[in-house]
Design a protein around this ligand. Sequence first.
Ligand code: NAD
Ligand code: WQD
Length: 342
Amino acid sequence: MSTILVTGGCGYIGSHTIIELLNQGLHDVISIDNLVNSSEKTIDRIEAITGKRIVNYSIDLCDLAATQAIFEHHPDLTGVIHFAALKAVGESVAEPLKYYHNNFESLINILKCCEAFAVKDVIFSSSCTVYGSIDQLPVTENSPVSRAESPYGNTKLVGEEILRDFIRISKNVQAIALRYFNPVGAHPTGLNGELPANKPNNLVPFITQSAAGLLPPLTVFGGDYDTRDGSCIRDYIHVCDIAEAHVMAMDYLGNGKNTDAYEVFNLGSGEGVTVFEAVQAFEKAAGMKLKYMVGDRRPGDVMAIYSDSSKAEKYLGWKAKASIHDMMASAWKWQQHLMQEA
Ligand code: NAD
Ligand code: WQD
């Protein structure tokens, strides 16, 4: 059986993708994660859900020699799903060099190793952040990208360029960049989910932690946008749908169905949801009222963005299945699980 390396496998999206890969049963899986934003407990959670235990190598992907050693140790590697990155937008503004170093160096080292060890298939975690503020909705892969609002966003924009330039000259490697919209939710068992190391800035973990009494009431950032209810519109997508897309993208590359050595796909539900609608969906899923207030707009927020993901449907055979209700119900189940665990 071939082996897939998942970098960032102890993190939020990486761990859900490992669960999907293990459930599919076509590959062995290993993880590299230095635990800078996660914990090895995730490996236990993956085992609790799948019944399978995988190995995580706790090394820094910025260390080329250490990364090479893992590739040497696993001659059966055929693909890499590269999730590992720092991802906090605000922190990246405060510490740009930390973000540029970590996110570029780790990507470059992965590509060097894939070339040297002829590991053919690479999937890169990109983001809808590459589109910036855009008027033409929904966003397709042909929509223009724009100057990044933050160093984090720039690591995705330039990361895609690094990948594209490298694939153009690579003898051994082909790649896909997947642009995620807003991944939220947790595994339906409630046994694995997002675990922000610090106070969450993202909407859904803030809602669940606030509802659990761990954080003050939610502030809705701006109620005076030119949208149907005045709050911002986003394309929330269940993390398990995102995970499934990676498995399908790996199969697509592995079976040689790709038309180009480097391709880009949007991963979104295609549905725009306002902040107030997200709050209502949470209230319905959790069966409780959420305390919130409407505050100022958050600097850097785009008013509305949602995806046209028909390219992923056409080529990968992938389509988002979960509703916003499923996303909120699973996120709340995970929050309750965490509270029982504590
Ligand atoms: P996460 O922080 O939960 O997972 C990333 C993992 O990578 C962490 O466990 C961290 O410890 C590890 N890591 C970071 N730098 C490393 C290094 N140098 N060496 C080894 N391990 C390292 O984040 P996530 O939400 O699972 O995101 C996964 C990927 O998807 C990231 O590349 C992120 O930028 C991208 N992405 C995330 C979102 C989102 O909203 N969560 C949206 C779009 C794109
Ligand atoms: C969603 C909506 C907020 C918190 C971020 C990154 C982006 C990508 C996805 C990685 C917005 C509103 C939020 C709160 C609120 N990640 N909100 N009160 O900003 O769309 O995107 O995650 O690539 O790069 O920037 O996600 O979850 O922060 O916000 O009203 O306390 O919720 O204004 O409209 P965002 P988010």
